[in-house]
Write a protein that binds this ligand. Structure first.
Ligand code: HEC
Length: 139
């Protein structure tokens, strides 16, 4: 009987340990969101007007796949590394070889795992701004 009581006490102690708060909770608050979930708000105003903010439009319309840790970034990182390039080239913003025409055609037609984006997803004017941003030398 004594042995069972002892065993019970040991079990209780073990259970108490597992229900201790997780380290992040102890630090106060949940862990930070991954970057692709913190993309910029969509700019307000006329979506058909030229001259939009390419960086914000890119972050909002492409960021959930192409910001760090997004699935587009993950796939492209692997592709670029297989071509002997540094992993940073998985981010479209680090690429020097992309032309505006290529970007626009990938966006409208899709490419392998990337679904094509319609003019509702991103208007022609917005896409022009994004392509101009991605091909700028100093992003
Ligand atoms: C739903 C996720 C998703 C969205 C949204 C998305 N992409 Fe992609 N993109 C991908 C994936 C995945 C790939 C890699 C395709 C492959 O080769 O498998 C890719 C590839 C590309 C490529 C080709 C890169 C190369 O090396 O050939 C370009 C350019 C591109 N995306 C631009 C954009 C732009 C600009 C936007 C926003 C208008 C956008 N993408 C939105 C997932 C996405």
């Amino acid at each position: 009987m004594k042995r069972f009581v002892l065993l019970g006490a040991l079990l209780l102690a073990a259970c108490n340990k597992t229900s201790a708060p997780a380290p992040e909770a102890a630090k106060g608050g949940p862990p930070p969101l991954p970057p692709y979930q913190m993309r910029a708000e969509a700019p307000t105003g006329d979506r058909l007007a030229a001259g939009g903010d390419g960086a914000k439009l890119y972050s909002n319309h492409c960021g959930y796949c192409h910001l760090p840790a997004g699935m587009g970034t993950n796939l492209l990182t692997k592709q670029r590394m297989m071509m002997g390039e540094p992993p940073e080239n998985g981010l479209l913003t680090n690429r020097k070889d992309l032309t505006a025409d290529y970007i626009k055609s990938v966006v409208r037609m899709g490419k392998v795992a990337m679904p094509r984006q319609t003019r509702v997803d991103i208007t022609d004017a917005e896409l022009d701004a994004v392509a101009a941003y991605l091909t700028k030398a100093d992003k």
